[in-house]
Ligand binder design. Structure first.
Ligand code: AMP
Length: 189
């Protein structure tokens, strides 16, 4: 069984569309027989995706740093919950456990997580597809920034194009599951 890491907000956002899209994504995860790997919390969209996958009979693995157990309210009913010591351990374990990475709307924690794994792909540290669920145009400005980096010669065109933006959860997962990531990095021979 393959696993997908979902990076998501610890808040719900101001528009119910984010919760609805998260539930739809959970449905697509279960339909595609994927195991969910996420941050282990029960707050915000993190809780929504975990609850919905579990409700649909899917498997959910959480990875939560000890210090965040209270603040992010560790989820009690996961298939597996790993308590780790640091944020770095959390990210490394989530990356190792996952075959695909997707960010849905969230805050700076979500942004940091998806950009970090995207940079790891650039460095050739993994060859796992990365995607963005661009609900409500939430990530349009990130897309524009990456395009600008590409046009200004700071990001290679194949690397830029390897980060898939889509507003449809089912189509996004289809694309990622078909994607062959190759190393585009000048750092990897
Ligand atoms: P946010 O998108 O800010 O609501 O945060 C979503 C999740 O990302 C939460 O579980 C945060 O604990 C987590 N997070 C925040 N900062 C970082 C970081 N530097 N590395 C990894 N996870 C983080």
């Amino acid at each position: 069984m393959k696993s997908i890491a979902i990076f998501c907000g610890s808040n719900f956002g101001n528009d119910p569309i984010y919760t609805e899209a998260t539930k739809e994504l959970a449905h697509c995860i279960v339909k595609n027989d994927l195991r969910l790997v996420y941050g282990g919390a029960s707050v915000g969209l993190m809780g929504v995706v975990a609850d919905q996958v579990l409700a649909l009979g899917g498997q959910v693995v959480g990875v939560l740093p000890e210090k965040l157990r209270d603040r992010e309210v560790g989820h009690k009913n996961l298939t597996e919950l790993h308590i780790v010591s640091t944020m770095h351990e959390r990210k490394a374990m989530m990356a190792n456990l996952s075959d695909y990475f997707v960010a849905i709307p969230g805050g700076i924690g979500t942004l940091e997580e998806i950009i970090e794994v995207f940079t790891w792909a650039q460095l050739g540290l993994h060859a796992k597809p990365c995607g963005i669920l661009n609900i409500n145009g939430f990530y349009d400005k990130l897309h524009d920034l990456l395009l600008s980096m590409c046009q200004q010669g700071f990001l290679s065109d194949p690397q830029y194009r390897s980060l898939i933006f889509d507003n449809d959860p089912g189509r996004l997962l289809d694309t990622l599951m078909r994607q062959q990531v190759t190393y585009h990095s000048k750092w990897v021979k």
